[in-house]
Design a protein around this ligand. Structure first.
Ligand code: ITT
Length: 194
């Protein structure tokens, strides 16, 4: 069975991926390999940051691995918070402050279109591959639901009446940015052309 390290410090992401992968692959966490460092995300793009995370693990631990970087891109805000999604409301990865800032900036705006975009960087035997997944929707005027994480309570995907935070993990995975990028990664691994 292929073992892959998922280079994330976000427990919600880890849970989502383990649910998506099922029993096909063994996913190891950073904890499992004894990595306790905070990997600095210094790139200006999602592609760049995803790559930093996976290279950090491969270069320091020599293990096949993947990392993802995700951003919420709001049309009326020229694509912000985008690559700055984690710290949009200030330092400290505070999800509530991040949502407050987006809601405040969209106050009174009719165009509430937004999308989540995920880029996964996979490294197998030193070679890098990238996979992208997007989901379009809109920013609601207030929070709904308490599942998920990050901006989930204020994001409603197109074709649904509920926010991501009102969906179960399985339901979110089927249509989400990370779920789609992950499906591409799994298809690639199952083909075995690497
Ligand atoms: P790692 O870098 O350790 O993986 P992180 O939480 O910093 O974890 P990202 O840099 O990829 O993850 O994500 C930036 C922010 O985007 C994250 O802190 C959340 O606020 C938000 N985010 C990412 N994925 C999300 C999702 O599926 N639903 C809602 N918000 C999400």
């Amino acid at each position: 069975m292929i073992e892959l390290v998922f280079a994330t410090n976000n427990q919600h992401k880890l849970e989502e991926i383990i649910t998506a992968v099922g029993t096909k692959f063994k996913i190891l966490s950073l904890d499992d390999i004894g990595c306790r460092e905070d990997i600095a995300e210094t790139a200006e793009t999602l592609e760049g940051n995803a790559s930093i995370k996976s290279h950090y693990i491969f270069d320091n631990y020599g293990k096949n691995c993947f990392g993802d970087d995700t951003g919420l891109e709001v049309e009326a805000l020229d694509g912000r918070p985008g690559v700055y999604s984690a710290r949009y409301g200030g330092p400290g990865h505070d999800h509530e402050k991040n949502m407050d800032r987006v809601l405040a900036e969209l106050n009174g705006t009719d165009n509430r279109k937004a999308r989540f975009r995920t880029v996964i960087s996979l490294i197998i035997d030193g070679k890098e591959y990238q996979f992208e997944g997007c989901v379009s929707g809109e920013i609601m005027t207030e929070r709904h639901g308490d599942k998920g994480f990050g901006y989930d309570p204020i994001f409603r995907p197109n074709g649904y009446h509920t926010s991501f935070a009102e969906m179960d993990l399985e339901e979110k995975n089927k249509i989400s940015h990370r779920g789609k990028a992950m499906a591409k990664l799994l298809e690639f691994l199952q083909k075995g052309d690497f």
